[in-house]
Design a protein around this ligand. Sequence first.
Ligand SMILES: Nc1nc2c(c(=O)[nH]1)N=C([C@H](O)[C@H](O)COP(=O)(O)OP(=O)(O)OP(=O)(O)O)CN2
Ligand SMILES: [Zn+2]
Length: 123
Amino acid sequence: MFEIEIDRTFSAAHQLRGYNGDCCKLHGHNYKVTVVVRSPEQDEIGIALDFKKLKSELDSLLAVYDHSNLSELPEFREINPTSENLAKTIYRKISEKMNGGAIRVHRVRIGESDHSAVTYFEE
Ligand SMILES: Nc1nc2c(c(=O)[nH]1)N=C([C@H](O)[C@H](O)COP(=O)(O)OP(=O)(O)OP(=O)(O)O)CN2
Ligand SMILES: [Zn+2]
């Protein structure tokens, strides 16, 4: 089995509705998104999944979030844009784009800072 892993970043504002503390005020993060895809197979030149393809699909998804106020996006009106909800939402979206054949998205990690991160995967 191979694990193919990429990191991307985006910058966005958010506020956590109902949070008892400063995080209920509007503030921002430079998010780091890590996506790990698994495949047991390689193509004839030795590639399991081209980094470029994975980066391109993820960048298309993240373009909606970059320099936005996440709390105002339709997908985060009912649920807070926590790292947990971002990780789950991105996992579902990137899985729709990438899964097929031997390729499966394994996990998505959202880092709000160098010290705080959440990973989402499905078993
Ligand atoms: N499990 C989660 N906990 C928190 C989330 C979250 O999404 N999931 N989010 C927040 C806020 O977004 C907050 O802005 C981040 O808090 P924190 O990491 O504590 O950020 P600080 O800059 O205050 O942290 P320091 O590392 O202490 O500077 C809160 N919790
Ligand atoms: Zn925050």
